[in-house]
Structures are given as C-alpha cells and as structure tokens.
Design a binder for this molecule. Structure first.
Ligand SMILES: [Mg+2]
Length: 421
C-alpha cells in the first residue's frame, strides 16, 4: 500500500532541531520456510529502519493492523520522537494491550530505534547505554524422540560449544510431544493450513521427564546449564511436584510450567520448589507480569521485543524486574525473525539484569532474506558494530517466498479434551 510522500500537515511536529519526517512505510510479508511480517519505515533523510511484527499463525492480523490503522498515522511524523510515537500508538488506539496491537507497535518501535541508531552512527547497544557485557550466552534446543535420543542431541550441542541447552524428549506411548523436531537442526512447529493434532498425558510426562535429567547429569555432569520447557501443560500443583523432583538436577530454569493468565498461580509452585522459574513468552505488557515480578514468584522473564511493544516497553519491563532481581531470558524461537533476534542481542548486550537468550537457528533461506551482522561463537552470540540493529531485508529475495498459511499445533488429552499446546 502506498501513502503520499507529502501528507497533510500534522500539528506538533518538528520540535527537534531541524526537521525530519517519515515519508513512507511498507509491510513486507515473506515465507522463506515460515512467515515473517516486516515493517520498513523510510524518511526524508534517506535513512530507513526495519521492524518485526511477526505473530506465528496469525500473521495477517498484524499486517492489517499496520496497513489499515498505523501506517496512515506515521506519515509526516518525526521518526526521532520514539517515545511520543509509542505513547501515541498505545494510548491513541484506546484499545490497549494484546498480541496484535503490541506486535504492530513493536514493529514501528524497532524500526524507529534502527533509524535513530543509524543517524547517530552507533550500534544500537551503544545508544541504549553501552555494553554491560562482551557477549550474550544463548541456549539451544536439544530435542529427541526418547531419552537416549535426547541425551545424544545434548551431546551434539555440547560439542558445538553451547554452555546452556534446553532438553525436550518424546514420551513413549504419546505421539508428537512438544519440541520434537522432524528436522535435526531446524525445529518449526507451525505447519499446514489446519493445526496438527497432538496428544498429551500428564501422568506419562511426569513419570518420564525426571529420568531424562537424571540420565543427562549422569552422562555429562553438572558443568552445563540445562533448561526445560513444560509448555503450559501442568496445573500449579503438578508444576510444583515436577519442580521438586527436578531439584537434584540443578536446572537453569523450568519454563512455562503452568499458564500465567492468573499470575497468582505461580505462588503455589514457588512455595514448594527451589527450581528456578521462567515464564512470559506470550506476555505483551508489563501488566502481564507485574505481580509475578514484584512478588518474586519467578526468576526469569521471557517476554521479548516483538511481543511486547518493542525496545521502548521491554526495557521498562527489564528495569522493573531488576528491582526484584528477576533477570531476562528472552524468547528466541524461529517464529521471531532475524530482525527481532538482532535487536534482542543489542538489548541483551546492554541490559544490566541479563540472564540468558534463547537461540534457535533460522534456516539458510531465512538468513539470506534477512542479512545480519550477529554471529555465534562458542556458545555465545555477538551483535555486530553496524550502526542500527544490524539486520536488513533483501526485498527482491523476500518476494520470491510468498505468504503461505501455517498453523501452530493443538494438544488434546487421550480422551479428546482440548489441552494447552
Ligand atoms: Mg517456550
């Protein structure tokens, strides 16, 4: 969709020194293996910024929100006024929060930070306040069809230099447990026009998973960080039981052990286990985790840039969390584009209360569409020194991969009851 280069004049612009205007903004949807929604904002100074608004399985809702409702508001505005534009889009919509709104705002926000850092000639971490660390510890995903397979996969990650590994295992008698990949290297759960139906049984899971970590510690010792994602499958009491049973294996964290719509649910888990708790990859604002953080019911907040309104809001969450010694552990699955990964690495390089960064490798096709300057080295990711967030989009290549509908799976209990995937 094209918008006029010289829009009707708007009030309260040009308050900075000299004028600068947003002259155009476009949404680019591409599917180099999975769908990504990218916003490109252009200015009258020739500098442009790139933002990610991808929402896995519901991509076009964000496309419509951006094209129909946000882009017309941006044209003619001063891109340097990041905070004011954030507030304008958040308060101005009247309808606040939610995954679609906050992803659309994130796409704008990250593109504007990219523009500002390019204008300053600085890598983004420098604009945020400079380095707090030299490199960013990441964790990879080791997935196996059973315990022996997962143990082998963890060994492969260790041999690649990873210091932290998330271990997931299939469960005998259950078809397609969460986190189990068909492809060894590139796990992508979203596929097909209709959601894949998977089966879940809590009893079988609770019996099996402690055996995995027993075997992993027995095989590799305690030098590496091990993580586990429960993917919202347990009740608070069951999560408390699992946390307690995993204590001897000294996990880095137990993730998403129960849904957190009711933040108080974590109080029960916390009262019964010292296994560190992480949650928040589906949160969209500080209001989704305020009680969890200020009551010290979690140890790591998993919210990331694309889901929570961009850098402007995520750093507010991180600062709030720092007061209660809650550290960051940003979501970094492949349903976030390299734009979010690159921006997250600048955030991670700066944020004082950094914990860890999730890292799933994108496919070579995705990496080619989104040229970037971050790199993996011996278990760590390093952001580059290019001004901005260091990620671009090759629009000609992106156009070769048109949108393709893909849905995340659903889970049902063995009697057919729909459960949490
Ligand atoms: Mg997760």
């Amino acid at each position: 969709m094209n918008y006029p280069v010289n829009p009707p004049s708007q009030p309260d612009l040009d308050r900075g020194t000299g004028s600068m205007k947003i002259t155009g903004a476009r949404v680019i949807v591409t599917c180099p293996g999975r769908n990504f929604v990218t916003l490109k904002i252009e200015t009258d100074q020739g500098v442009y910024g790139i933002g990610d608004g991808t929402m896995n399985g519901r991509e076009k809702a964000v496309v419509a929100y951006l094209e129909e409702h946000i882009i017309p508001l941006l044209i003619g505005r001063d891109p340097r006024r990041i905070e004011d534009i954030w507030q304008y889009l958040y308060r101005g919509a009247y309808w606040r929060r939610g995954p679609v709104t906050m992803r659309a705002i994130a796409a704008v926000d990250v593109a504007l930070w990219d523009i500002k850092a390019k204008m300053a000639g600085m890598p983004l971490y420098d604009l945020l306040g400079g380095r707090s660390r030299d490199r960013v510890m990441v964790y990879g995903h080791a997935n196996g069809s059973d315990i022996a397979h997962t143990v082998d996969e963890v060994g492969r990650y260790i041999s690649e230099g990873y210091k932290a590994i998330r271990a997931q295992t299939g469960i005998p008698g259950l078809d397609k447990a969460y986190g189990i990949s068909k492809d060894k290297k590139f796990y992508e759960p979203a596929e097909g026009e209709l959601p894949l139906e998977t089966v879940w049984d809590t009893r079988k899971y609770l019996n099996y998973v402690p055996q995995l970590f027993d075997k992993l510690r027995d095989t590799y010792g305690f030098d590496h960080h091990l993580l586990h994602d429960v993917h919202h499958r347990l009740t608070p009491l069951e999560a408390a039981q699992l946390g307690k049973r995993l204590e001897p294996y000294s996990l880095f964290w137990m993730e998403d052990s129960t849904p957190a719509e009711n933040q108080e649910a974590f109080r029960l888990i916390r009262q019964h286990t010292t296994t560190p708790l992480a949650v928040g990859e589906i949160f969209n604002t500080l209001w989704d985790c305020k009680d969890l953080i200020q009551n010290q019911l979690i140890d790591y907040i998993r919210t990331t840039i694309v889901s929570a309104g961009g850098l402007t809001h995520l750093r507010r969450i991180a600062d709030f969390a720092s007061v209660w010694q809650v550290r960051t552990g940003s979501h970094g699955a492949t349903d976030l584009s390299p734009v979010t990964m690159g921006t997250a690495l600048h955030f991670d390089t700066w944020v004082p209360n950094f914990g860890i960064q999730e890292y799933m490798r994108h496919t070579p096709e995705t990496d080619a569409v989104f040229p970037h300057d971050y790199r993996f080295d011996d278990g760590f990711l390093l952001c580059g020194e290019t001004p901005g967030h260091g990620v671009d989009i090759d629009e000609a290549l992106a156009a070769k991969y048109p949108y393709s509908p893909k849905q995340l799976p659903v889970a049902r209990l063995e009697d057919g009851t729909l459960w949490n995937w």
